[in-house]
Design a protein around this ligand. Structure first.
Ligand SMILES: [Zn+2]
Length: 297
């Protein structure tokens, strides 16, 4: 199941309580219908939950009883009876003779609750959103430029500023920042999906922080191993040429311990002396060994 489908299924479970919101949600869906004219209203969707939701919205908001029909992969609700279409137009404040249907009648959306419901209906028909494993992206698509403009101002009123783009014959409103996507989903009735996106973001940040720390520690280990390898090569060069006599008495314990514990860090190696010596003390001795070896070349 895609994340968009998951979101739409969650939106379809929002209870239909207020009559104003039920009408507003139906309106959002109708403006994104494949056909919304005085001759025909046709709503199609691939999502069975959305089809049932549309059926319920039409019944509750406009007292229209209809049944979604299969049409290939899609489910369709088609209304052609003039009396039914007139009832819908009437409830939405449309003039039945006017053919300009794809514009937003803000009188139907007076309350904030209705604006959220309208956007829910619009998203059910024309929305998609990227899942938590992808980059943040939510979009709403319409073939009508004026509607895209009117929905942009609706979103701006909610404090959300969508980007606008054209793709083929469609106009897109989109959000690419995670906070806006989560905010919008929460407002239109999908707080669980919004939470899922938020949690994924937190987890990703945490993982990046851990990776950075691990990389840093690994780099330090590599540096320490390189230094140890150089010290051991230096010791061997002196030993090959002069044996242990090549080192003054005060460096011999250091030579023995370095050869015996090649993977020890400076701090670990310093602790092996009897009695233990300091890290700077050990550094000093190792530097002396390197100097002796450099005279061999
Ligand atoms: Zn309302």
């Amino acid at each position: 199941m895609t994340f968009s489908t998951e979101v739409k299924n969650e939106l379809c479970r929002v209870s239909m309580q207020r009559a104003c919101c039920t009408r507003a949600e139906a309106y959002g869906a109708l403006l994104h219908a494949s056909s919304f004219s005085h001759k025909e209203i046709r709503l199609s969707t691939e999502n069975a939950a959305v089809a049932r939701r549309l059926q319920a919205l039409l019944q509750r908001a406009f007292f229209i009883v209809c049944e979604p029909q299969r049409a290939g992969r899609k489910l369709q609700i088609a209304l052609t009876q003039p009396a039914q279409i007139a009832r819908i137009f009437d409830a939405l404040g449309y003039d039945c003779k006017s053919h300009i249907t794809y514009h937003l009648n803000r009188n139907v959306l007076e309350e904030d609750c209705c604006i959220a419901a309208f956007l829910r209906g619009a998203f059910l028909m024309a929305g998609s959103v990227a899942g938590p494993d992808k980059k943040s992206h939510l979009e709403l698509k319409t073939p009508h430029q004026s509607l895209a403009g009117e929905e942009t101002s609706l979103l701006l009123d909610l404090g959300l500023s969508p980007g606008q783009a054209r793709r083929g014959g469609s106009f897109l409103l989109y959000f690419k920042d995670g906070a806006s996507v989560e905010d919008l989903l929460t407002r239109i009735g999908a707080p669980r999906a919004a939470m899922e996106l938020m949690e994924a973001k937190v987890e990703k940040n945490l993982r990046n922080t851990i990776n950075r720390q691990v990389n840093c520690e690994t780099a330090n280990l590599v540096k320490a191993a390189d230094a140890s390898a150089r010290q051991i090569a230096a010791i061997r060069a002196v030993l090959d040429a002069h044996g242990e006599e090549g080192f003054p008495e005060n460096l011999r314990e250091t030579v023995r311990l370095r050869l015996a514990y090649p993977t020890d860090s400076l701090a670990e190696l310093a602790q092996r002396f009897v009695p233990p010596i300091s890290k700077p003390g050990l550094s000093h001795r190792l530097r002396k060994i390197m100097e002796l070896a450099s005279k061999e070349d």
